[in-house]
Ligand binder design. Structure first.
Ligand SMILES: NC(=O)c1ccc[n+]([C@@H]2O[C@H](COP(=O)([O-])OP(=O)(O)OC[C@H]3O[C@@H](n4cnc5c(N)ncnc54)[C@H](O)[C@@H]3O)[C@@H](O)[C@H]2O)c1
Length: 266
């Protein structure tokens, strides 16, 4: 089926099976169109079209975009699929978190019509490394679809934690670039940078990385965030209420980054 005059707008959530992506599926019901839930295995969520797609696989991402094109005009994309430092080695972290985001942004660009809006997931981790990143690292992360990107990234960065932080910095920069191209077609792209959020991924990192407890202690609001608190920001960013907001990253971290940078000074 190709696009028809009475076609319903299509909203897509990747990483829809768990955590913040799952919560965003609920938020996007407000858009009242076709809702596509994407994960490694097709999610079975009432009222959604479930699609299996590994976002790091270019052919699978192209097939996802083609499916969306067939379903109707592209209204919203929430790209929450991602992995954390304890889940994989540095190469796979770059592949899923950075290359995957670039592939998704590139594949959906052709679908953008006036009113289309996307939100990608970066991380507060990008802010933690910001003062230490050099120009060579930025040049690397700014070209994730280069044929030798993963080989170069793997040899430059062995630690999966640093890979995660750099990949998420790359997401913020990819979103800024995409906002220029999408904007010319009337579309918007932003990202959210969650702090410590109580999801399966968040709990896993909290259990395995002792530094997470210190980060929690330095979070001024004194607690982790709930997935809903991030999904609410995402819902705003894709909504028409944010119709002039594009190319920005929104920290949703209970002021953790501010708390960490002022630690020991007050
Ligand atoms: N939880 C946190 O504290 C936190 C903090 C900062 C950023 N983030 C980011 O927020 C996003 C959502 O995280 P979450 O905590 O909800 O995680 P989660 O693990 O609960 O959910 C992530 C989902 O992404 C899916 N996924 C993983 N790799 C995929 C791939 N290659 N293709 C398609 N789907 C894939 C998983 O199957 C899972 O359903 C991620 O990008 C994560 O890096 C999370």
């Amino acid at each position: 089926m190709s696009e028809t005059v009475d076609a319903h707008p299509v909203a897509v959530v990747t990483g829809a099976a768990s955590g913040m992506g799952r919560e965003c599926v609920e938020s996007l019901r407000a858009l009242e169109g076709v809702l596509v839930a994407v994960d490694l295995e097709a999610p079975s969520i009432e009222g959604t079209v479930g699609v299996a797609c590994d976002v790091s696989d270019p052919a699978a991402v192209d097939a996802l975009a083609a499916r969306v094109r067939d379903l109707g005009p592209f209204r919203a994309l929430v790209h929450a699929a991602g992995i954390s430092p304890t889940m994989a080695d540095a190469r796979r972290v770059f592949e899923v978190d950075l290359l995957g985001t670039q592939l998704v942004l590139d594949a959906f660009e052709e679908l953008v019509v006036p009113g289309s809006a996307a939100v990608c997931f970066s991380s507060s981790a990008a802010y933690q490394i910001a003062p230490f990143v050099d120009a060579e690292q930025d040049a690397l992360i700014d070209d994730p679809t280069a044929v030798d990107f993963l080989a170069r990234a793997e040899s430059a960065v062995a630690d999966s934690g640093l890979a995660y932080s750099l990949a998420k910095r790359g997401v913020i920069r990819a979103v800024a670039r995409a906002a220029v191209r999408w904007g010319r077609r009337g579309g918007r792209v932003n990202s959210v940078a969650p702090g410590l959020i109580d999801t399966p991924m968040g709990r896993r990192e909290m259990e395995r990385q002792p530094i997470m407890q210190e980060m929690l202690a330095q979070t001024p609001l004194g607690r982790e965030g709930e997935p809903r608190e991030v999904a609410d920001v995402v819902a705003y960013l894709v909504s028409d209420a944010a119709s002039f907001v594009s190319g920005v990253d929104v920290l949703v971290d209970g002021a953790m980054i501010q708390g960490m940078s002022s630690a020991g000074t007050d």
